[in-house]
Design a protein around this ligand. Sequence first.
Ligand code: NAD
Length: 445
Amino acid sequence: MRVSVIGTGYVGLVSGVCLAEIGHQVICVDVDHAKVDMINRGRPPIYEKGLAPLLEKNIGKRLSATTDLATAVKQSELSLIAVGTPFDGDQIDLSFVRQVAHQIGETLRSKAEYHVVVVKSTVVPGTTDQVVTPILEAASGKRAGDDFGVGMNPEFLREGEAVADFMSPDRIVLGALDPRSLHVMAALYEPFDKVDVVRTNSKTAEMIKYTANSLLATMISFSNEIANLCGATGGVDVKDVMQGVHLDKRLSPIMSDGRRITPSFTTYIEAGCGFGGSCFPKDVKALIAYGKQLREPMRLLDAVIQVNRDQPAKIIALLERHLSDLKGRRIAVLGLAFKPETDDMRESPAIAVINALRDRKASISAFDPIAQKEAQKIFSNCTIDYTTSVQEAVSGADAVVILTRWKAFDQLPAILTEMGNSPLVVDGRRMLDKTRLASYAGIGL
Ligand code: NAD
C-alpha cells in the first residue's frame, strides 16, 4: 500500500520505517527541514534501538521523506497523522492535529481517488469524529464515509523498544467511521495476521489508548505511595514488600510444571522517582481535563499526578537527610533520560532533581549513555559537568543519585570498590543490591 506518515517523531518515524520494512511504499512528512534531510540521508534524528539499520536499508527504496504534505497525500492511499498532542496546562493541545487535518483536507479537494485519513496521535475521545472529520470535510468540500475514509489507530509502542514493539505488536486497535475505512486500515497491518485486532469505532479506540496509559501510570504512583509509606515506617523495605505482592499467582502465575511466570507488568509496581516521558504525564492530565469537561471528575488520576509530581523531591530529601546542606557538595547524577534505551528527556524526573540541586547550589556532574545532548539543550544556562563514563561522573562525588535504570549502572558498586570511594548512593530506581554499598539510601527504604 502507498502510505504517507505526517510527523516524523518517535511514533511517525518508527511507524514509517517499519511500514516500509514490511513492504509498504512510505512517504514521511515533517515541517522540520533538518529532520527530513537527516532521514533522506539515512540517519535517524532520534535514538531508537534498531532504527538506524532499518532506515538505512529502506531509504530511497520504499521510504522517502519530504516537507511537501500535499504531494505526499496525493501519492498515497492512506495518511497516518502522527504529530504531537501536548498538554497545554488546561487540556490537550490539538493545534498540530487540526493544522494537519486542514492541509490534508485541502489536498483531498483536488484528489480524485479514495483516500483514508487515520489519526495515530493520542487524542481524547471524540477528537477524530468531532474535530478531525469536520475539518477534513470543510477543507475538502467532500463527505467523510462517502468520498474519503476516516479512522483512529492508537500506537502502543514504548520508546526504547519502539522498533521491536512495532514489528511484534501485542494488539492492533482499529477504530473507523465505516466498513470501507476499516477495510483499508486492516490492509495496512495484513502482515501481522497472528496479532489480536480490536475493531471498533474511533471514540473507543481513543479511549483504549488513554485507559491503557492511565492504568500503568496508576500502578507506578500506587507503588510510589506505598514506597513513601515504607520509608516513613522504618525497618520496612518496599522491595521486599513488592516481592511479596508480585508472588500472588494472579500477578505472577504458576504454570502446571511449577515454573512461575513474571509478567513485565510487575515492573510497573516497582518503586522509584516517578514516571516521565512524552506520554504518561500528558495523557493522564488530558484525560483528567476531559473528565472535568464531562463533569466526571477523575479523582484517582488526579492523585496519580500529584504523587508523581512530588516523587523527585523524595530524592532531594534523602540527600539532605544524609548530607544536610547540599551547597557546594558534588552530586553525581546517573541517568538523565526518563527511562533507559532512549534519549528522550521530556518530563524526565532528572529535570526536577537537577533544578532542585541547582537551587541548593550543589555542584553537579552527570552521565547518561545517550541523553546528554538532549540534556545540554534543556539545561543550556546551567553548569553541569557532563562526563563520558560512570567512573568519571562519580569521581570525587559526595553523593551519587541514580535516576534512570540503565544497565550500565549495575556496575556502580564494583566501580566504587575499585576506586576505593564510598559516597552516599541514592538509588532512585531501587536497582542496586543495597548490601553491596557502604552508604545506601533509596526510595521506600
Ligand atoms: P514528537 O514530538 O516526537 O514528533 C512529532 C513530529 O511532528 C515532530 O517531528 C514535528 O516536527 C512534526 N510536526 C508538527 N507539526 C507538523 C505538521 N503540521 N506537519 C508535519 N509534521 C509536523 O511526537 P511523538 O512522541 O512521536 O508523539 C506523536 C503522537 O503519538 C503523540 O500524540 C503521542 O502522544 C503519541 N504517542 C507517542 C508515543 C511515544 O512513545 N513517544 C507512544 C504512543 C503514542
